[in-house]
Design a protein around this ligand. Structure first.
Ligand SMILES: Cc1ncc(COP(=O)(O)O)c(C=O)c1O
Length: 384
């Protein structure tokens, strides 16, 4: 069972993806996306526009999530004619220059590029709020306001880039008030809210887009991973006036393979499954069963301090006494899971969260089987 949640929301070899990719392969292998469009990429673009988390955006395709986030930030800087970007500790927006500069996370930045005037805030983390309060969302909002006031030149903020739920940071789920607060802050600053949906999009959180859990409209959205059904595909959706401002047509600088015809065909299959086949609802219901099972394990095993997440983006935080992060314990669980046939990986600012992100197509029977495996792994680790 693949709970490592890499590049697909639909699992491997989903029939809708196979059908659309086979159809496209009959017509195309070569690709001239930079100078001529094709019916597949065009069709996917209109599906993304119809189901976007904001009204009538423009779409620019890319090949990877990193390129999408990089372009989103470039777009915000170009539109606002400002340079500063605020992002959150624990974020992961990618490995290209501008995105990497906005990703203050261990294990990623070994030679930080200085391409963005960046300021960083903690992200809401209720179990370990750095502000030592139970209302971490509001404490973080206060800090963000202070940071903008004191650390950003007046009128200098191009935008805030944020994930609807941090995966790399440790499966951290802020409340809706947090995102409303961010929306207000960017509106007051006349800057843009960029939402990175590379991980949380494509139905994973039980809504088509993660930000739809929070009832606000972003200005720019980065899309990747799951949208390609296993093929390299990413996109940026931008508010029309923001996108129109960019000097080159079709996003321009997003690369030779941006919106590749075969990946776009796979993307159509993914969107069809998400919209027509109840996959998003499934993510919500199977995810809530998994979360309640994981919470039950957290009650029974002392070293599982917390189970949390949304939809099928879930995790358990592994600790010693007094909430001391237990990174080795998380590794032990992951190794035990692998032995028992379930793939998972470790994330978290303290490197102690087992990330459990199955495809959105997981059945309820498979969820029960996974919970038994996770319980068995916890038992194995409990004895070591
Ligand atoms: C939230 C988020 N943004 C951006 C990226 C970068 O995407 P890619 O690996 O396709 O470049 C990732 C990858 O894990 C991600 O999780």
């Amino acid at each position: 069972m693949d709970f490592s949640g890499a590049a697909t929301s639909l699992g491997h070899r989903h029939p809708r993806v196979l059908e659309w990719v086979s159809r496209a392969l009959e017509e195309f292998t070569g690709f001239t996306g930079l100078v001529a469009d094709n019916p597949y990429t065009r069709r996917l673009a209109s599906m993304l526009v119809s189901h976007a988390p904001m009204r009538s955006p423009l779409v620019a395709f890319a090949s990877t999530g990193s390129e999408a986030c990089d372009f989103a930030i470039q777009l915000a800087r170009y539109y606002t004619r400002r340079t500063y970007v605020l992002s959150f500790i624990g974020a992961y927006h990618g490995l290209t220059g501008t995105a990497l500069a906005s990703s203050p996370s261990h294990g990623i930045r070994f030679s930080p590029p200085h391409t963005v005037d960046a300021v960083y805030s903690p992200y809401p983390y209720s179990l370990r709020c750095p502000f030592k309060t139970n209302d971490c969302d509001n404490a973080v909002l206060d800090y963000v306001r202070l940071l903008i006031k004191e650390a950003v030149p007046r009128g200098g903020l191009a935008g805030i880039i944020v994930e609807p739920l941090q995966s790399h940071g440790g499966i951290l789920v802020p409340g809706a008030e947090f995102f409303k607060g961010l929306r207000e802050i960017v509106d007051n600053e006349a800057s843009l809210l960029i939402v990175d949906e590379v991980y949380t999009g494509a139905g994973r959180t039980g809504r088509l887009w993660g930000i739809e859990n929070h009832d606000i409209e972003p200005d720019v959205v980065c899309v990747g991973k799951g949208i390609g059904g296993g093929f390299p595909l990413a996109a940026v959706l931008a508010r029309k006036d923001v996108g129109e401002n960019w000097p080159l047509p079709s996003g321009g600088s997003l690369g030779t393979y941006a919106g590749h015809v075969i990946s776009a065909a796979a993307g159509i299959g993914v969107m069809e499954a998400l919209i027509n086949d109840g996959v998003v609802d499934n993510a919500r219901s199977v995810g809530s069963r998994l979360l309640s099972g994981l919470r039950d394990l957290s009650d029974r095993f002392e070293f599982i301090a917390e189970a949390r997440g949304k939809g099928v983006v879930l995790g358990i935080e592994v600790t010693l006494e007094d909430l001391k992060p237990w990174s080795r314990g998380a590794s032990n669980i992951i190794n035990a899971l692998r032995e028992l046939g379930l793939l998972a990986i470790k994330v978290g600012i303290y490197d102690n969260v087992v990330k459990l992100t199955p495809p959105a197509t997981l059945s309820h029977d498979e969820a029960e089987e996974a919970l038994s495996i996770i319980e068995e792994a916890a038992r194995m680790v409990g004895k070591t």
